[in-house]
Design a protein around this ligand. Structure first.
Ligand code: NAI
Length: 350
């Protein structure tokens, strides 16, 4: 039959039909459906899947593979990189934007490429920030607590402002900051932006200020979307907060270290700020994303944030949407395949 002769004809081209072998670690429950869809549509790629972390004790799982796709929570030993090299591994592809826990220099020496997924859904974070801004500006926490006490009154404590009457200041107008600006703009807010590298895409939806103080003093809502840079540790401190408008809102879905939590609490206690939305917290590393329901929890500062009506704390969940997870899983796998096929990828970081 013609089908049989097709198979026969393809045989000499064995190199092309030979399957590529990947091994994937740290699989989480929420990634399974995206992973299975990708595997089903890539029959030429063989993927061994493990939920555990890669360590020296299970490094034998790398045997005979071409690439590793992972999302480690802890660094692994030097011998794992060396063993990977011996096995002919060409790439470590992380299903995340961050890659601080991998040894990039050693990988460079060993000529193993490291890839990341730099942008998986800026809109996920932007939507979360908008949600938090609305929850605070519409006093939803306060109204909820009143309702729980059967206090159904209208009173100045819950009198709200509409976003179209407010000015939003975006610090860091990259992928996420620009998308956040678009969403606020769509609801009628005036949007100001500050960035050390202004860009034209952002200029379409916001008005740049040259001086960060102009943004701080003129915004009703300030939202931070810049990277964590050492020099900017506690950028939002007593001085920054004292320049903010009365009754304004601070939102941080960037990195915890950018905000001095104790100074923020002072600004909230004094009545200077209406509220704060924090998706990140400076000491979150110990707790996020873990379940402390039945464990001792001794972070008084975080407990204070959790207990307050005027703070909305979320455990680094701004990114956590189906779209983002799908893009992370696919982005990791695609980058690994690209490096194996072509020797490089736009997402190589070393
Ligand atoms: P990006 O690199 O696209 O944009 C960052 C912007 O900040 C750039 O335009 C840069 O020029 C600007 N910038 C750098 N230093 C600055 C300074 N000193 N002052 C003002 N602007 C400055 O990054 P992207 O993807 O938009 O991410 C922004 C932040 O969001 C990062 O801190 C990232 O870690 C955080 N993030 C948080 C997530 C969450 O779930 N909460 C998820 C993903 C990212």
């Amino acid at each position: 039959s013609s089908a049989a002769s097709d198979v026969y004809k393809r045989q000499p081209n064995i190199k092309e039909t030979m399957s590529m072998k990947l091994v994937l670690f740290n699989l989480r429950e929420d990634e399974k459906s995206a992973l299975n869809n990708w595997i089903a549509s890539h029959p030429e790629v063989e993927v061994d899947v493990h939920s555990e972390e890669l360590t020296a004790s299970n490094k034998h799982l790398l045997e005979g593979k071409d690439g590793v796709v992972l999302a480690q929570n802890k660094p692994f030993e030097k011998e794992v990189y060396e063993y990977a090299k011996e096995q002919g591994i060409k790439v470590f592809a992380t299903r995340s934007a961050g890659f601080d826990i991998y040894d990039l220099e050693l990988m460079k020496e060993l000529d193993i490429k490291m890839t990341n997924v730099p942008s998986y859904s800026p809109n996920a974070i932007a939507e979360h920030v908008l949600t938090t801004a609305l929850r605070i500006s519409r006093n939803t926490n306060k109204i909820q607590r009143n309702v729980e006490k059967h206090n159904f009154t209208w009173n100045p404590g819950i009198l709200s402002r509409e976003l179209r009457t407010l000015t939003v200041g975006v610090i860091g107008t990259g992928r996420i900051g620009t998308q956040a600006a678009k969403l606020f703009k769509a609801l009628g807010s005036k949007v100001l932006g500050y960035d050390i590298y202004p860009n034209d895409a952002a200029r379409e939806v916001l008005e740049y200020v040259d001086n960060i103080d102009d943004l701080i003093t003129n915004s009703d809502i300030i939202t931070i979307h810049m990277p964590a840079i050492k020099d900017y540790n506690h950028m939002v401190n007593d001085e920054f907060l004292s320049k903010m408008k009365d009754n304004s809102i601070l939102l941080n879905a960037a990195r915890g270290m950018l905000v001095d939590t104790k100074a923020l609490l002072r600004a909230l206690d004094s009545g200077k700020l209406l509220g704060a939305g924090l998706d990140v917290y400076e000491n979150e590393g110990k707790y996020v994303p873990k379940n402390f329901e039945d464990k001792e929890f001794d972070d008084e500062l975080l407990q204070t944030l959790i207990d307050r009506d005027d703070v909305i704390y979320t455990p680094h969940t701004a990114f956590y949407t189906e779209t983002a997870i799908q893009n992370l899983v696919e982005g990791g796998l695609e980058a690994a395949v690209e490096v194996i096929k072509t020797g490089t990828s736009a997402n190589v970081v070393n």
